[in-house]
Design a protein around this ligand. Structure first.
Ligand code: ATP
Length: 285
């Protein structure tokens, strides 16, 4: 097995993206031989990520270290696998270090504030890894496609989002934005599987097919997101997601690469270790 190098540069959204030109079944940077290797490769990443995550959290407990956190944004159409990614990738990490939040249709209260209000409330704290299952991008995706606000309102949001993310990056948040890209055929298969298997009926909603009919409009909206909101401090990564095993491996590897770069270290004890060993040994006889 070869070593996967810099998946970030391989998956980073380019300029003037036309989603139809991107292969949703591709496996860029994958170091194994397809699905048979994937469990082992992803599990190995899980071990490294767990170790980094523990250091990241431990380091944040010290007042002297700068405030840092990680925010993973997962976007994709129904069945792209946001939930599956959370289960398979983030299931490898100590849940105490994670803050997972799924954004639903906004409540009345949320709608009474600006669109970033509910987002800010769910940001990960110091030393934490936050995962957004849907995000502020819904406000330029579903909202745009269904004309839930005037065009001039959603048009202004791309720039507002870029400024917001720049502000987060400045405050020590490492942002990893993943667009889980599937083909319409894959979505059809997955929706049919949900209908065929009674254990999966709960995952299906008759509204899913209405959204599916708007596929071209969603692609236009996603292209605008990728082309207008992939910035130096918060780039988008396009994850080919027709193969679940590749999707899981790729998101895990991206996370590992970012942690590797952040290189958190175990905090040094602020007490004399020898003295404390002696104290413990002598305590309670
Ligand atoms: P998932 O596919 O993530 O598992 P779901 O479809 O099972 O989610 P739902 O309860 O349907 O879960 O919640 C997600 C719904 O909320 C989606 O239809 C999404 O478009 C909608 N939504 C999220 N954010 C917004 C927003 N800002 N404005 C309008 N609708 C939104």
């Amino acid at each position: 097995m070869g070593k996967a190098l810099n998946l970030r540069s391989l998956l980073r959204a380019g300029q003037n993206i036309n989603i139809a030109d991107l292969d949703s079944a591709a496996t860029p940077g994958y170091p194994g031989h397809g699905k048979p290797d994937s469990e082992e490769l992803t599990a190995a990443l899980g071990e490294t990520i767990s170790d980094w995550q523990e250091r990241f959290y431990a380091e944040s407990r010290l007042d002297s270290t700068p405030t840092r956190s990680i925010l993973v944004v997962l976007q994709g159409l129904d069945t792209a696998g946001k939930g599956g990614t959370i289960r398979h990738v983030f299931g490898l990490i100590d849940p105490q270090g994670l803050k997972i939040y799924a954004f639903k249709v906004p409540t009345e209260e949320e709608l009474s504030h600006d669109f970033l209000w509910r987002i800010r409330r769910q940001l990960p704290g110091r030393g934490m890894i936050g995962i957004f299952d849907r995000s502020h991008y819904e406000d330029v995706l579903v909202v745009r496609v269904n004309s839930l606000v005037e065009e001039e309102v959603w048009q202004a949001r791309y720039e507002i989002i870029n400024q917001f993310e720049a502000e987060l990056a400045e405050a020590g948040v490492t942002i990893i934005k993943c667009f889980l890209h599937i083909s319409p055929e894959t979505q059809k298969d997955r929706l049919l599987q949900r209908l065929i298997d009674p254990r999966k009926h709960w995952k299906y909603s008759p509204g899913d097919v209405k959204v599916r009919r708007r596929w071209p409009d969603y692609m236009t909206a996603y292209e605008a997101v990728l082309n207008r909101c992939s910035t130096e401090v918060a780039p988008w990564y396009v994850i080919p997601s027709d193969n679940k095993w590749y999707r899981n491996w790729a998101v895990a590897r991206l996370l590992e690469e970012h942690l590797e770069e952040l290189a958190p270290d175990w905090p040094k004890a602020d007490f004399n270790v020898e003295d404390e060993i002696a104290a413990v040994e002598q305590s309670l006889a």
